[in-house]
Design a protein around this ligand. Structure first.
Ligand SMILES: [Zn+2]
Length: 412
C-alpha cells in the first residue's frame, strides 16, 4: 500500500536545506533585518550564536545551513521553532510572488504525490490582496497540473481571537472568489497559554460564516507546561469544539513518564472545574468524577498563587479510555506525523509513538509529514514507520481516510 495524499504538511516546511540554499541565494541580502531576527531567536533557543549570511558567503555554507536547519535529534518545540524561523525570515508572503508555492507543489508532484493540503502561515501584516494573489497562484498551479496533482491551502490563524479575529476578516476578503482553493483553517504554533477553548469564538464564527472550511487544530502536541491529564482535557475540548481534525494528539497516544505530573495552580484549578462540569458526560464515557474530593482540592488551591507549580498525581490510565471513547463518539479524525512526534515529542520507542495507541484502539487517523524539509523525510518514510506495527486493515483505513478527504476537497 502507498500513500500519495498529505493532509498534515506545512508549506514552507517542505523546503529542504538544498531548496533554501538555492532559493535563498538571490534573496538573502534583501532580508538582512529578518535574518538578524532569525539569528537572535536561534541564539535564544539554542544558546548558539550564528551568522545566516555565511550560508551563502562561506564555501561550506550549505553544510552550515544544514547543521542549523535540519532536526536530526530530539529537541523541544522551541528548538524546532528556531529552525522554522529561517523560513519565515527568508520567504515572507509577498503579492504575486508564487516562488515557494510553485517550487513546493512541483517538488511534491515529482515525488509522486497526488494531493497536498498546504498549511500556510498568516503573518501579521498580511493583506487581502496578497492572499488573493496567493490563491490565484494555487488556482493556476492546479490548472497546470490538470488533475495529476491537486493542491489546497489551509491558512494558519492565531489561536488568540484578539489576533485571529482580525486575521479572519482579512482572510475572508482575500479568499472570496477562491473558496475552492482553501480547504481549512489551521491552528498551530505554541500551545502554551493557548488551550483550544481560547479559540472558541473564532472557530464558531468561521463555522457560521464558512461552514465548508475544515477546522484543523494542533493539540496535545506540546504539553511539558502542564500535566498529561490536563493535556488530555485539551484534546477533549478540541473535539468538543467540533474541530474536523486534531493534529498529533501526542498526549493521548503516548503514556506519561511517571504517575506524577506538574502544572501551575491555575491550570490545575481549570482542570478540576472541568472535571466537575463534565462529570455527567465523563460518567457516560466510563470515568467517575469524585466531586467532593475535587471540591476540597479546589478550596485548598484557592489560597495559592495561580502561577505556583504544584505536583499532581495523574489519573491518566482511567481518564484516557474516556477521552478515547469520546473521540470515537465524535468521529474525530487524528493526524499523526511519526518523525515529527519522535523528534519534537522526544519519543524514542516505536511502541510509544501516538499512532500505535490510535491503531490499537481503532481511532481514525491519517499520516502526514508535518515539516519534511526540516526532518529530511518523505511521506513514504513516514508510512513505512507506521507499517512496522500496524495491521493491513489499519493501513487500508488510513488510505481510505486520505482518499475521502482528497475527494471531498477536490470537489468543493
Ligand atoms: Zn503541524
Amino acid at each position: 500500500m502507498t500513500l500519495t495524499e498529505d493532509f498534515h504538511v506545512h508549506l514552507y516546511g517542505v523546503l529542504s536545506s538544498e531548496d533554501i540554499w538555492t532559493l535563498g541565494r538571490d534573496r538573502y541580502k534583501n532580508y538582512a533585518d529578518r535574518l538578524s531576527w532569525y539569528e537572535q531567536e536561534f541564539e535564544k533557543a539554542t544558546k548558539k550564536k550564528i551568522s545566516a549570511r555565511l550560508y551563502w558567503d562561506d564555501p561550506n555554507g550549505l553544510e552550515l545551513l544544514k547543521s542549523h536547519y535540519e532536526m536530526s535529534s530530539p529537541g523541544d518545540f522551541s528548538i524546532f521553532q528556531a529552525k522554522f524561523n529561517l523560513l519565515i525570515a527568508l520567504f515572507p508572503l509577498v503579492p504575486s510572488d508564487c516562488t515557494v508555492l510553485r517550487y513546493v507543489a512541483q517538488k511534491d508532484q515529482r515525488a509522486g504525490l497526488t494531493f497536498a493540503e498546504y498549511r500556510t502561515p498568516f503573518p501579521r501584516d498580511l493583506n487581502f490582496e496578497t492572499i488573493k494573489s496567493f490563491c490565484q497562484c494555487a488556482d493556476d498551479l492546479n490548472q497546470e497540473f490538470s488533475g495529476a496533482f491537486t493542491l489546497r491551502l489551509a491558512f494558519s490563524l492565531a489561536r488568540d481571537p484578539l489576533l485571529g479575529l482580525p486575521q479572519w476578516e482579512v482572510l475572508k476578503k482575500g479568499i472570496s472568489g477562491f473558496e475552492k482553493m482553501v480547504s481549512g483553517i489551521d491552528f498551530c504554533g505554541s500551545e502554551i497559554d493557548a488551550p483550544p477553548q481560547l479559540s472558541k469564538p473564532l472557530i464558531e464564527l468561521i463555522k457560521k460564516e464558512r461552514p465548508s472550511l475544515a477546522i484543523l487544530m494542533h493539540v496535545g502536541e506540546q504539553y511539558s507546561h502542564l500535566s498529561q491529564d490536563s493535556a488530555l482535557r485539551l484534546i477533549y475540548d478540541a473535539a468538543r469544539l467540533n474541530c474536523d481534525r486534531l493534529g498529533h494528539a501526542t498526549a493521548l497516544g503516548t503514556p506519561p513518564q511517571s504517575q506524577e505530573g506538574q502544572e501551575p495552580v491555575a491550570v490545575r484549578t481549570a482542570h478540576l472545574k472541568w472535571l466537575i462540569n463534565e462529570a455527567p458526560s465523563l460518567k457516560d464515557l466510563g470515568y467517575v468524577v469524585h466531586v467532593n474530593d475535587i471540591k476540597k482540592e479546589l478550596t485548598s488551591l484557592a489560597s495559592q498563587p495561580p502561577e505556583k507549580l504544584i505536583k499532581v498525581s495523574l489519573e491518566f490510565e482511567t481518564l484516557r479510555p474516556a477521552i478515547t471513547a469520546y473521540l470515537k463518539k465524535q468521529g474525530s479524525l487524528l493526524e499523526t506525523c511519526p518523525t515529527s512526534n519522535s523528534l519534537i515529542g522526544q519519543i524514542s520507542s516505536l511502541n510509544e509513538l501516538p499512532f500505535t495507541y490510535f491503531s490499537d484502539h481503532h481511532l481514525d487517523f491519517i499520516v502526514g509529514r508535518d515539516d519534511p524539509g526540516i526532518f529530511n523525510i518523505t511521506l513514504e518514510h513516514e508510512l513505512n514507520i507506521v507499517k512496522k506495527i500496524t495491521s493491513i486493515e489499519t493501513l487500508q483505513t488510513i488510505a481510505v481516510n486520505a482518499n475521502r478527504l482528497s475527494e471531498r476537497y477536490s470537489r468543493s
